[in-house]
Design a protein around this ligand. Structure first.
Ligand SMILES: CC(C)(COP(=O)(O)OP(=O)(O)OC[C@H]1O[C@@H](n2cnc3c(N)ncnc32)[C@H](O)[C@@H]1O)[C@@H](O)C(=O)NCCC(=O)NCCS
Ligand SMILES: Nc1ncnc2c1ncn2[C@@H]1O[C@H](COP(=O)(O)OP(=O)(O)OP(=O)(O)O)[C@@H](O)[C@H]1O
Length: 196
């Protein structure tokens, strides 16, 4: 099965574009969503996260997202330790999901691919880019957050130009209609490649 990764910085629009490609019948695995679900469901992950962050990691048995965000996005070592607990479980969950799919290719949305040197897990990588000021505006509109918090996250992610260099396809999403056109072209190309 051909695995296509779709990535991009916070607010670039990767979820929006991934859902657009999904609407053509392409199965979509959203790593961030599955990671959060596993962090709420898996007893092993819960125990390890409480070991790492203390009891505040969960409130009434649910992941304490604001607390964790504050901890990890200001401390790279904690971010890496959390990823080391969560990501192997997501990887095995993804493997099981992949076995059940039947399509020309599947799309996996992941916030971090290059940052953790995971490019070799993908056959092709699409990076969604957008101007930083637009990304910040979108997140301020979408979430109850601050410019400062968004910048802390951006500082933990690679820049668009670093990601572009290692990507097979780049979608520029300053304008949604233009981005959708590019996404459709890439989808058509991928169907061609996978049919060969
Ligand atoms: C730390 C958490 C609880 C904060 O939740 P919150 O709702 O405040 O933020 P949100 O999930 O919207 O993430 C904000 C931004 O950070 C990025 N991000 C999320 N997790 C990570 C991570 N582990 N490393 C780097 N960037 C990340 C997201 O893509 C997004 O761009 C949450 O991000 C989380 O559970 N992360 C772990 C899951 C994970 O590893 N996701 C990335 C897998 S690809
Ligand atoms: N071209 C666009 N023009 C205006 N708004 C957009 C555009 N693309 C996406 N958005 C909006 O911006 C917000 C962020 O988009 P989206 O959630 O797809 O980004 P993301 O890269 O997945 O973000 P995150 O990294 O936080 O998960 C959403 O509210 C979305 O509807």
């Amino acid at each position: 099965m051909v695995v296509v990764g779709i990535t991009g910085g916070i607010g670039s629009g990767k979820t929006t574009i991934a859902n657009y490609i999904k609407s053509f019948g392409i199965p979509l695995y959203v790593a961030d969503k599955e990671a959060k679900a596993l962090m709420n469901r898996s007893k092993v992950i819960k125990r390890k996260l409480i070991q790492l962050f203390g009891d505040k990691a969960y409130v009434d048995g649910k992941l304490n997202r604001p607390f964790l965000a504050k901890m990890i996005f200001n401390d790279k070592s904690l971010l890496n330790q959390m990823n080391a607990i969560v990501h192997p479980k997501v990887a095995s969950h993804f493997k099981r999901w992949l076995k059940k799919q039947d399509a020309p290719y599947i799309l996996k949305e992941a916030a971090i691919i290059f940052e953790n040197n995971l490019q070799s897990n993908y056959d092709y990588i699409i990076t969604v880019v957008a101007d930083e000021n637009l990304r910040i505006e979108r997140i301020l509109d979408r979430d109850d957050t601050t410019q400062e918090k968004i910048k802390a996250i951006i500082n933990n992610q690679w820049t668009d130009s670093q990601k572009k260099e290692l990507s097979d396809f780049v979608i520029s999403n300053n304008d949604l209609d233009q981005a959708k056109k590019q996404a459709l072209q890439i989808h058509t190309k991928l169907l061609k490649i996978t049919a060969e």
